[in-house]
Design a binder for this molecule. Structure first.
Ligand SMILES: Cc1ncc(COP(=O)(O)O)c(C=O)c1O
Length: 364
């Protein structure tokens, strides 16, 4: 299994390919740009940048509690500089000083879980998804736990496979984990699961289970460059996390943007509707072209590079059509394409059709 590498930027590609029209479908970003309401709030905040921000994030955690309702309070939330920052915070809070620490991941999965844990000297135990279906082993996951396991990471819908699981699987995992282990339930793509009922993880928080839900403003709200995300957990777990946060950890621009983005329902609907329709369109074209893919409830689809080519070869071939996609990390022949707006998706499918024709009979 290959190591996780950060995706390329448009500038990297322009430098290599010249000034062609580039469709960036490689990092699961929002094809509509940032939430306009967030941009408005950010712009207003700019003239206040000479002031320090609020010392903590209590205004935002209250806005999040109001947004979700269900009896959650501000004490059930903490914010960070993206979900990645919260992963780092969780590991800082849960690892035990002077003892061996390990985390469990279910590859293929998001690379930061392992990367940040390794930086802290922790061991990473892999409990892979099913190699054919990418289903999570909800019945067997706990068998990888040791007395030094602090965190188990699961992701739903999962990056890079797009695969997903239901309430029964989450319940089974939660019930099987021993007390000393915290389950990290990464749900940064939850908005896009429009054709499947994801588990009610918030109920597990309300039931004071040992679970931390991760959400992000990078995806559905289009604020990946701003670095904003939040965790939802029991007040006791949140208090533990807060102890490891810096004073002024959250900048005033992010704190202005978050509630504005949450209130931008029109933008969210546009983004989600486009994703649902266009995801189905890409899949129907994959069927026409005979491309093997995995059902996805995210804003991307994982598929197998056709005609026996490697993921790396296909990524390079698509680049010559101005389409940036990403080799699905850990998997040598699988590629992940982010769902774009119709023009980007059409260009991607056109390129795939031509590549398939040009490489048929080719086993390279
Ligand atoms: C599964 C998963 N979790 C977390 C993140 C990081 O989110 P953020 O941008 O909020 O740090 C990503 C980013 O792509 C992701 O795919």
């Amino acid at each position: 299994m290959s190591e996780y590498k950060i995706g390329q930027s448009i500038d990297d590609v322009r430098e290599a390919s010249g000034d062609i029209n580039i469709y960036k479908m490689s990092s699961n970003e929002n094809p509509f740009g940032p939430s306009p309401k967030a941009i408005g709030a950010i712009t207003e905040q700019l003239s206040q940048l000479h002031f320090y921000p609020q010392r903590d994030d209590s205004k935002i955690t209250q806005a999040l509690a109001d947004h979700f309702g269900r009896g959650l309070s501000a004490a059930n939330f903490t914010t960070g500089n993206g979900a990645v920052d919260l992963i780092n915070l969780l590991e800082a809070a849960m690892f035990v000083e002077g003892e061996a620490n390990n985390i469990i991941i279910c590859p293929p999965c998001f690379g930061s879980y392992a990367a940040t844990a390794k930086l802290k000297g922790a061991t990473v135990i892999e409990h892979p998804l099913d190699p054919e279906t990418f289903a999570i082993d909800s019945a067997g996951l706990a068998s990888s736990v040791t007395e030094n396991t602090r965190l188990v990471y699961i992701c739903n819908p999962n990056n890079p496979t797009g695969s997903y699981f239901d309430q029964r699987a989450l319940q089974q995992i939660l019930d099987s984990l021993p007390e000393h282990v915290t389950l990290v339930y990464d749900e940064v793509y939850y908005h896009f699961a429009t054709q499947f009922s994801l588990p009610d993880a918030i109920q597990s928080v309300l039931d004071k289970r040992n679970i931390v839900i991760l959400h992000s403003f990078s995806k559905a709200y289009g604020l990946a460059g701003l670095r904003t995300g939040y965790a939802i957990a029991s007040a006791a777990i949140i208090a533990q996390l807060q102890k490891h946060k810096l004073t002024f950890q959250n900048d005033s621009v992010s704190m202005a943007a978050m509630p504005a983005a949450l209130a931008d329902k029109q933008f969210l609907t546009q983004v989600i509707d486009n994703n649902t329709q266009q995801r189905s369109w890409i899949i129907s074209k994959f069927d026409d072209l005979g491309i093997q893919y995995w059902p996805s409830q995210a804003n991307f689809i994982c598929f197998k590079a056709p005609n026996g080519s490697s993921a790396k070869q296909l990524v390079e071939r698509l680049l010559s059509y101005g389409v940036m996609v990403r080799a699905a990390f850990y998997l040598p022949n699988h590629v992940r394409v982010s769902v774009g707006q119709a023009d980007a998706n059409r260009q991607f499918i056109l390129a795939m059709g031509e590549i398939i024709n040009n490489t048929s009979g080719d086993n390279t």
